[in-house]
Ligand binder design. Structure first.
Ligand SMILES: [Zn+2]
Length: 260
């Protein structure tokens, strides 16, 4: 496999002043081919997490990675060095991490694996979407590619995970989405996706929503109550759940034109 030059413009791989040789136009030696780190479960977890934060249109900073992965800042620093050495990521001058094409390919494999397992846990085994997320994290590294292929076939090639996120390589079965809270109060809309931020930063919210019957495909409306949003689930009686507005913003529904 090829390595990504560490002197790509716009990155901070050079944390020290350029040497005379570099100033003269010679790249500093990167490393021997044999020094490239091997892909590990930990590396996959980092790439998956970077991919998911990018998918939320948010900058991927080391502090956010530490929070999502539940590790310390020094641990993230060491891991990011390995990921750079492997050619999977680049780091900008503002410390924002981005995936290289090789990193994105690897991340998509890992994310696909996680999301297919979630489908299996929810659709076949009847787990709720909160438990499925944490169980999938545990199970994902253990499944062989062959088992995953058969699982995908048995599930009928799903397009999204139980949280509405697209399985890499497949088209999403919905059009434009907007945050539930961008709609007028009381207007019902169909839930299509919940943010990965909820899965990583507000796990209890997933559990609360599941307990109230909120899931992909359910009709939900909201009303504000100070900083809180009261979500009302259409059908099946008067089911409601109160969550912070910041949580309700993480629920995506069909854009008004598509939900009519
Ligand atoms: Zn998911």
């Amino acid at each position: 496999m090829t390595t990504t030059p560490e002197t790509t413009p716009g990155t901070t791989a050079l944390a020290r002043p350029a040497t005379a040789a570099e100033a003269a136009g010679r790249r500093r030696p990167v490393r021997s081919a044999g020094a490239r780190p091997a892909r590990t479960i930990a590396i996959d977890r980092y790439l998956e997490t970077i991919y998911c934060i990018e998918g939320e249109d948010q900058p991927v900073r080391p502090g956010r990675l530490a929070q999502w992965l539940g590790v310390t800042a020094p641990t993230v620093s060491i891991a990011l060095r390995r990921l750079r050495a492997g050619g999977w990521i680049e780091t900008g001058e503002d410390r924002v991490v981005t995936l290289t094409p090789a990193g994105r390919r690897t991340a998509e494999e890992t994310v696909r694996r996680h999301r297919l397992i979630e489908c299996w846990l929810c659709d076949v085994l009847g787990m709720d979407w909160a438990s499925a997320h944490s169980e999938a994290k545990r199970l994902a590294p253990a499944l062989s590619d062959d088992v995953l292929r058969r699982l995908d076939l048995a599930l009928g090639g799903p397009a999204t995970c139980p949280h509405g996120h697209r399985i890499p390589g497949r088209a999403a079965p919905y059009g434009d989405l907007v945050p539930l809270t961008s709609l007028a109060a009381g207007v019902p809309a169909t839930v299509r996706r919940v943010s990965e931020i909820m899965e990583y930063e507000c796990f209890a919210c997933l559990e609360e929503l599941a307990a109230a019957g909120v899931g992909i495909g359910t009709q939900v409306s909201f009303e504000t109550d100070g900083d809180m949003a009261v979500l009302r689930v259409s059908g099946g009686g008067d089911r409601r759940v109160t969550v912070p507005m910041s949580t309700a913003q993480l629920i995506s529904v069909d854009a008004p034109a598509a939900s009519a």
